[in-house]
Design a protein around this ligand. Sequence first.
Ligand code: TXA
Ligand code: MG
Length: 349
Amino acid sequence: MRNQGTPVSPGADVVRSGDDPAALEQAATLLRAGELVAFPTETVYGLGADATSGEAVARIYETKARPSSNPLIVHVAGVAEARRIVRFSPAAERLAERFWPGPLTLVLPRGPDSPISLLASAGLDTVAVRVPAHPTARSLLRAVRLPLAAPSANPSGKISPTTAQDVVEDFGDQLPLILDGGSCEHGLESTVVALTEEQTGLDGPCVLRPGAITIDELDAALCGLDLPQARFMAHQGGRGSAAAMPSPGMLRSHYAPTHPVRLHATEVHPGEGVLAFGPNPLSGGVVTRNLSASGNLREAAANLYAMLRSLDREQISRIAVMPVPGSGLAEAIRDRLQRAAAPRDEGNE
Ligand code: TXA
Ligand code: MG
């Protein structure tokens, strides 16, 4: 489903098609001048800036109202560009070869001559890098010839954007340009993986944020490298210990709609809207959105943020969320839902 050509307003005049070479050239010029440009990736829309410029990166933190202790992901055109920024281990080489371009972020030690602004990595001696697969992101990175720091293009702590229209709603009057590349294929942020003991305090690969690439896929790709099994380590536990190295961005409250969220709903309370999953949606809600009537997890992931945003626009008292059972991608969906439902006054960005 692509939404190019959909009329958007206000701020619609800043939206240009990511297929238009002149728009890509304008984006590259703006980024080189230290401005922010929103662009599509296969996961969510990113708010991009020149990752080598502290001033440009500072604009991201300011625009999102993001705490500067939460480091950003640096997007590059390919592995060669990543090598100028971070040091690769054999395991990192293997994962990059298998999953790039694609929704995998690798947290690796900063290279000796890394040009990346320290602000982008929140002063850490590691940098998170990824090579996005979306054609517009790829064209933009080739045109600008700079690494781009790009968090999701939403105010800190709120729901991530999966269409250009979502970015217009959040930042339409604050950005000079939003590139439109249609609806994001995955709809969930990239899987963030740390690989070495010096980063995790543990030996072996560690998933800091679950996403489209699952632990089983990571283990399969690393097979034969004599590493312990990958584990999920997050703020709220999961496989492994939360204490050793929480990713600075794994905050308990995140991806949050304005309405309160109630998980594990098996019945509907008066005034609630329903976020359903599967062939038997709960009845009685003021309004219902179904992540996937057939129970398809890829479809559910792709719909998650768009449906949370749409329920947020309704006159309801709360969003009741049906269980999303299963492993793999279901774990990433549940991770986002738990953060959307978490108390807002504690640990929010
Ligand atoms: O799919 C995605 O990854 C999207 C698109 C735009 O590429 N980007 C995104 O960025 O989700 P952001 O800034 O919203 O999330 C970055 C995550 C945070 O959880 C942050 O803490 C973690 O990556 N991170 C970044 N650098 C890190 C580092 N050096 N060590 C540990 N975690 C890091
Ligand atoms: Mg984000």
